[in-house]
Unconditional design. Sequence first.
Length: 262
Amino acid sequence: MTLPDIQLINHVSRAAGKAILEIYGQDFAVQHKEDDSPLTQADLASHNHIVAALQELTPQIPVLSEESADIPWEERRQWQRYWLIDPLDGTREFVKRNGEFTVNIALIEEGLPVLGVVHVPVTGTTYFGDIENGAFRQENGAAAEPIQVTRPCARPLRVAGSRSHAGDSLKQFLARLPEHTMVSMGSSLKLCLVAEGKADIYPRLGPTSEWDTAAAQAVVEAAGGQVTDTRLQRLRYNQKESLLNPYFLVFGDNSIDWKAWL
């Protein structure tokens, strides 16, 4: 299948980022969903923009978004190709106003992410990649530069971690690792740190949803890295009714048996 023009998807992500920033600069209300995760006007503004833009660009490809995730499994399981988006990944970081939130747009084919765009509205940075052309980082308005994972990994190991999530499973994993340093970051930016070679491993040993990871997984894989479950099997999408991911690992150096430290 021919891939859509990724530059058009970059443009969609940047326009969604501008819609988010308009609200970011104001006083905004914070609601909570049934799972107690936060929801703001910015999530919905970004969602509405992306869905409308994708339906215009690729009307034949269905869209699954965090903010419209109630599509029945019986319908969704028929999809061979679909857009998977998180209009505002890192809403907690958005509410904290620390800038570490992203717009995530992924194209899924046969259960695997083949194209992904991760845009950072506050800095204007965009990470993007696909299976045909590799992975890139583009600063606000500058030329895109290719990125790749670090292989072999650095010594001491550089571990990407979350500012908002650090449970017992992660603490146990870190305790087993050899000498390492932590790089803290919010949202899907942790995966992008691995993709651009600034971190060696990102262990996510806590709950996430499929829209949280798909776009960044496409970037990581295009940069030569891997995103796997804890058995080192490639993370796949739309394989079951639940949209929750298993615990997963993101890494660049596949010569290491990362699961040995779990």
